[in-house]
Design a protein around this ligand. Sequence first.
Ligand SMILES: Nc1nc2c(ncn2[C@@H]2O[C@H](COP(=O)(O)OP(=O)(O)O)[C@@H](O)[C@H]2O)c(=O)[nH]1
Ligand SMILES: [Mg+2]
Length: 217
Amino acid sequence: MTTRKITVKENILSANAETADNNRTCLDNRQVRMINLMSAPGSGKTELILRTIDQLRTKYRIAVIEGSIASSIDADKITQKNVPAVQINPSGGCHLDARMIQQAFGALDLERTDLILLENVGNLVCTADFDLGAHKDVVILSIPEGDDKPLKYPLVFVEADAIVINKMDVLPYFNFDLDAFAEVLGGLNPSARVFRVSAKTGEGMNDWFSWVEETLA
Ligand SMILES: Nc1nc2c(ncn2[C@@H]2O[C@H](COP(=O)(O)OP(=O)(O)O)[C@@H](O)[C@H]2O)c(=O)[nH]1
Ligand SMILES: [Mg+2]
C-alpha cells in the first residue's frame, strides 16, 4: 500500500518536472524571467509583489500569475496597478503545478513581458514539491511566524534561491531570533540569499529590488 502511493507520487512529479522544463524553455525563448513566491498565508507575497511592481515597472514589463485558492482579492489588487494578471484557481488544491502555469502563459502576452511574478498558494508544504518552471524560487517568512519555520518545513527552505524575512518593522514585538534563524538556514541552505525587509515601510527593499534586477540581467 505504502509503496504504491510513493510510485504514484513519483509519476506525478516526473510528469510535472517535464512540463516545468517546457515552461522554462518557453520563457527562455522569449527572454522572460519568472520568480515563484512561496510562503504561508499572510507573510506578504502580495505586498511584496505590489512594491516590486511600483519600483520596477518603468524599466521592465511585469506580469503576475496569482494562485489564490478561492477569491480574486489579490488578483484585483494587481489589476488596479494596470499590470497584466492571470488568476489560477487550483480548485481548492494546496499548490500550483506546472500544467496550470503552462495554461496561464496562454493568457499572457509573453512577447511583451520581461518579468513574471508568480504568487503561489499560501502553503509551505505542498508548494515545495512542484517545480513550476520558474527561474528563481523565493520563500517569504514574516517575523510573527517565528524563526523555527525552516526546522518545521525544511524542504521549501532547502530548495529556495532566496529567503525574504518580511515585516521587520514588527520585530520589537516578537521573539524572532535572527541569529538562530541564520544558523538553522546556514545548515539547510548556505547559498540562499537572505533579505531582511519590511514591504510596508520599505526597509531593506532596495537589496531585494537589486536581486530581482540581477535575475533579469
Ligand atoms: N506590518 C507589516 N505588515 C505587512 C508587511 N507586509 C505585508 N503586511 C501585511 O500583512 C498582511 C498580509 O499580507 P499579504 O501580502 O496579503 O500576504 P500574502 O497572503 O502572503 O499575500 C496584509 O495586511 C499586509 O498589509 C510588512 O512588511 N509589515
Ligand atoms: Mg496574497
